[in-house]
Design a protein around this ligand. Structure first.
Ligand code: GLN
Length: 489
């Protein structure tokens, strides 16, 4: 069962080959057996998950199944979930039981999915290694001495070790795609505004976007069908006609399924900065794409080298404002002893936030302050425009932009923890995509030294269906995405 695609699980449930209660119990047992080594989950609640599974079985019996009825899905602990602890990886929300559901949670519930657990993550989604979580680091199932990537590292480790058939993540600068690459998964960040941010705890609101983490592009398409859609409670949600993101996948492949597709290869992604082993795998994947009928064109994204710097002004600026709400007054952690209101605020925040979150609040407050705003924040916004313009120009020459997802395979736990700039450079290929608001997907493209590497495909706005199809065609003729880590029987 644990090898089956979401589509196959759906069929097995419909045919009564297995019940949702049995399937859910199977995954709960796997979590109990393997999660102590991985630390991928913050909250698992057998009783609630099984109650949802029983309700799903009743729905199936009545013939009222939705697209995901009875299928267990893990959710990143950034999504407010009614009646469940929702920590965002932080001590400051360590006692927060959400009174309401995020839009993403509600949509999965409406589609009949069973919530199998809330996954570990970097604190407030700030990180690339899952080491900033108050609940401890997550281990990479491919090598427990390595990080799974971040910030959606718990979701990625859970799916890679087959502790859940699929999961959700969020991506502000790479947090779906980079852990997907480091754990041999397929992960997609949709166009900004496609998935509602309502109830998704905000880090950098103009960059944050939720998306699927799964074992294949076909599974991601099914998940995105459930996640996407207009929501008037999110002022940046886009009111567009609903799409079936799977619609191109079932067209028979033929000999050259990608004939006519123009793949853009940006000079800036193929220079220095990427490890030679990862680059070899990326180049081999590009050769495979030529076999599938695609042609390649050289393009340039000249402002790429500015993207990390601009991001680390804009994201902290927005975070410093978003995180002002955690003050110990209405919900969450409150310092046990304080003198007056100011002391309550400062002790609560000093004790409740970890070091990386504090660093970002300080940077953000600084770049927004009088006298520095023009020099930093305004400049960064201008760079953001240049980056978006680079992509707009590139998409006149090509349909999809391809390169590495991450400059290296999974690094060792602790290796970059002391050096924030090294950590920030993990997202050198992913961050520009968030600054421009574009969709992108990471797919497995091979192994170096036993660790997986990811290929990133970036599309123009609202081309999720095509991106998923381009990823799917590669997965029809390659088997990298089917490889799984040993030791999780
Ligand atoms: N690693 C980046 C950061 O630390 C991106 C995180 C994310 O996408 N949530 O901000």
């Amino acid at each position: 069962m644990i090898e089956r695609s979401l589509q196959a699980l759906r069929q097995a449930l419909a045919a009564r080959e297995i019940s949702s209660v049995e399937l859910t119990q199977l995954y709960l047992d796997r979590i109990a057996r393997h999660d102590p080594q991985l630390n991928a989950f913050i909250t698992v609640d057998q009783t609630r998950s099984l109650a949802q599974a029983r309700a799903a079985d009743e729905q199936l019996a009545r013939g009222e199944a939705g697209p995901l009825t009875g299928i267990p899905i893990a959710h990143k602990d950034i999504f407010c979930t009614r009646g469940w602890l929702t920590t965002c990886g932080s001590k400051i929300l360590g006692n927060f039981v959400s009174p309401y559901d995020a839009a993403v949670i509600a949509r999965f519930a409406a589609a009949g999915a069973v919530l199998i657990g809330k996954t570990n993550m970097d604190e407030f989604a700030m990180g690339s290694s899952n080491e900033t979580s108050f609940y401890g680091p997550v281990k990479n199932p491919w090598d427990a001495s390595c990080v799974p990537g971040g910030s959606s590292g718990g979701s990625a480790a859970a799916v890679a070790a087959r502790l859940a058939p699929a999961a959700t993540g969020t991506d502000t600068g790479g947090s779906i795609r980079q852990p997907a690459a480091l754990c041999n998964l397929t992960g997609m960040k949709p166009t900004y505004g496609v998935v509602s941010r309502y109830g998704m705890i905000a880090f950098a609101s103009s960059l944050d976007q939720a998306g699927p983490l799964a074992r294949s592009a076909a599974d991601c398409a099914l998940l995105l069908n459930t996640m996407a859609g207009f929501d008037e409670r999110d002022s940046t949600s886009l009111d567009r006609p609903l799409e079936d993101y799977s619609r191109e996948l079932n067209v028979p492949p033929g000999d050259k399924p990608l004939a006519g597709l123009r793949i853009g290869l940006p000079d800036e992604f193929f220079g220095e900065g990427c490890s030679p082993e990862v680059m070899r795998l990326v180049e081999a994947a590009i050769a495979d794409y030529r076999q599938l009928g695609a042609e390649t064109v050289a393009i340039s994204l000249p402002s790429t080298h500015l993207s990390v710097a601009a991001y680390y002004v804009i994201a902290p600026a927005e975070a410093s404002s978003n995180l002002a709400r955690f003050d110990g007054v209405r919900y969450g952690y409150r310092a046990p002893q304080y003198q007056d209101l100011n002391d309550l605020y400062s002790k609560t925040r000093a004790q409740g936030f970890g070091a990386e979150v504090k660093r970002r609040i300080l940077i953000g407050t600084y770049v927004l302050s009088h006298g520095y705003y023009d020099a930093y924040y305004l400049q960064a916004q201008r760079i953001r425009r240049l980056i978006a313009d680079d992509f707009a120009k590139a998409f006149r020459q090509c349909d999809v932009i391809v390169g590495p997802t991450s400059p290296s395979t999974a690094f060792k736990l602790g290796e970059k923890a002391a050096d924030p700039v090294q950590m920030y450079l993990s997202d050198i290929y992913t961050i520009a995509v968030n600054l421009a608001g574009l969709p992108a997907i990471s797919i497995p493209c091979g192994f170096a030294g036993g660790l997986p590497a990811g290929l990133q495909l970036i599309g123009d706005y609202f081309t999720e269906t095509r991106l998923l199809n381009v990823a799917h065609r590669y997965q029809q003729t390659s088997s990298w995405h089917l490889q799984q880590p040993g030791g999780f029987a």
